[in-house]
Design a protein around this ligand. Sequence first.
Ligand code: ADP
Ligand code: MG
Length: 287
Amino acid sequence: ATPTALMVGTGRGAQLGILIKGPEVLESTRRVDTVVLDKTGTVTTGRMTLQEVYVAEGADEKQVLRLAGALEHASEHPVARAVAAGAEERVGTLPAVESFENVPGRGVRGRVEGHEVAVGRLFEDLPPELARAGQEAESGGRTAVVVGWDGVARGVLAVADAVKETSAEAVRELRALGLAPVLLTGDNRTVAQAVAEAVGVDEVIAEVLPEDKADVVRRLQAEGRVVAMVGDGVNDAAALAVADLGLALGTGTDAAIEAGDLTLVRGDLRVAADAIRLSRRTLATIK
Ligand code: ADP
Ligand code: MG
């Protein structure tokens, strides 16, 4: 390898907002044939908002919002932030939380005003009106968050995330580079499908628990695919590390930057295609 070509590559990379961890990284970009895209925060903005509140017959909407909002206030998850902010906006000051437990990939549980409250995907049985509300939300691409306490589901909150304006264009660019895009998410299959359709991805792997995301990457590798993974590090740092090429969105967490081979300083997904194009071109110059 000629050091000059590498320096040109990394210099141009910095201009484009791409930081390369080491020269050996470039080599892996040549063989990559699959790009796994994390959904929340990568394909979508991850800035979610509470859009709709449905309550079960006989349940009190204000109480659903107070208890859910109080509990979610203690979580950093984008869904939680949307619920807490939306609840506070609608009902004002939220009650204090007596105990709190995060259930990764599912939601939160804890004690509020003497009730054992659960928020997220933690109820098996829903009354028919809530099941319908949940399906309605999900078929529109929104996440259905079930709220209940003392073992009974009492409401569904519809939380919406927006697809980044540039994501569909980014997927077209990745395809033009001969790469197969795959959407990976812990979210519900219906929501994942709606987002995939909006950006032009046809391979969807949904309802994957955070700790299983790296295994999904390993499974694709076992099928003989060479995998690049793009993520923001919220739940996907391990998958970024396992991938043949980890692309960490610089707008994500420190964990992502640590785990990635390339850091994409621009939050816009088109930079992933830029990174692969630039690496390939730099390699061609070296050879
Ligand atoms: P993603 O893979 O899209 O980043 P996660 O694996 O973090 O998502 O979560 C998967 C799903 O679990 C979310 O879409 C949501 O339905 C539910 N969930 C996770 N955390 C929470 C929370 N704090 N409150 C409500 N629901 C949650
Ligand atoms: Mg994410």
